[in-house]
Design a protein. Structure first.
Length: 143
């Protein structure tokens, strides 16, 4: 598919739920490793809401942990949890992305903790494909 489209694998992200990650068999881990070798970005979605096994973090070829929105919602009163997730990710050489950022205060707390990537309604509501393409073309494509 990459050859057909000409898309670079590093521009694609495959997001796995924690449950799916924990249930990965040896053959599943090998397949994920093959995808990573292509430079496809692998992410654990909704991190912290499932099993959060440290074993699978060592075993799986993951690039990014996506902090679940429930932790982002509580960041003003419980920043320690996000800080722990960020420290854990850093210790195993993974990136961190926060989900569900809705307020400037949440964004400020995340930045203070060192989180450099996020998504949420603060940045944009969900968009139909054509509108999302227009945003990318006008906002992010360099000329």
């Amino acid at each position: 598919m990459l050859r057909e489209t000409g898309c670079q694998a590093s521009n694609l992200r495959l997001e796995l739920t924690e449950t799916m990650s924990v249930e990965s068999t040896d053959s599943g881990v090998r397949k994920l490793a093959q995808l990573r070798e292509l430079d496809l970005r692998l992410c654990i979605d909704d991190f912290g809401t499932g099993y959060s096994s440290l074993n699978y973090l060592q075993r799986l070829p993951i690039h990014t942990l996506k902090i679940d929105r429930s932790f982002v919602n509580d960041i003003a009163t419980k920043p320690e949890i996000v800080g722990i997730i960020m420290s854990l990710a850093k210790s195993v050489d993974m990136c961190v992305e926060a989900e569900g950022i809705e307020t400037v205060d949440q964004l400020a707390c995340l930045r203070k903790l060192g989180c450099q990537s996020g998504q949420g309604f603060l940045f944009s509501k969900a968009l139909p494909a054509a509108a999302a393409n227009a945003v990318v073309r006008t906002q992010f494509v360099t000329r």
